[in-house]
Design a protein around this ligand. Structure first.
Ligand code: ZN
Length: 140
């Protein structure tokens, strides 16, 4: 099995069985993002309290890259400090630009294959930009 096949499997697994899918009751912040180039939409609802992402759900529609990326993202940030989520956003953006991430990316590395397709980078990064906006709003 090649690395590309392995990465494809990780993405398809998250797309077929999304983690933390849905809408959160009692969310402290909600945020929507869209990537009109591809028709992707992501809605995030989070409970941010005491500087920690206590809980997170995502909902949306679109291509497998956008939805799988959001699913993986929620797994990584749930229960984590907001600062850590912020570092991960920066690391993910760096990885998608082909730079050193500087963080342990784990399954998220599966998404770096889409760097070959600049249009798909916007799909992969949609959930992360939406999260960035949500965390800024939560900090206000
Ligand atoms: Zn897309």
């Amino acid at each position: 099995m090649s690395l590309d096949d392995l990465y494809r499997d990780v993405i398809l697994d998250h797309y077929s069985h999304p983690r933390n899918k849905g809408t959160l009751e009692g969310a402290t912040v909600t945020r929507e993002g869209a990537n009109p180039l591809c028709g992707d939409e992501i809605r995030l609802s989070l409970v941010v309290r005491d500087g920690v992402v206590q809980d997170v759900r995502f909902d949306g529609k679109g291509c497998s890259i956008s939805q799988a990326s959001a699913s993986m993202m929620t797994e990584r940030i749930k229960g984590r400090p907001v600062q850590e989520a912020g570092r991960l956003i920066a690391a993910f953006k760096a990885m998608m630009r082909g730079e050193t991430a500087g963080e342990e990316m784990g399954d998220l590395e599966a998404l770096q294959g889409v760097r070959k397709f600049p249009v798909r980078v916007k799909c992969a990064i949609l959930g992360w930009l939406t999260l960035e906006g949500a965390l800024e709003e939560a900090a206000r």
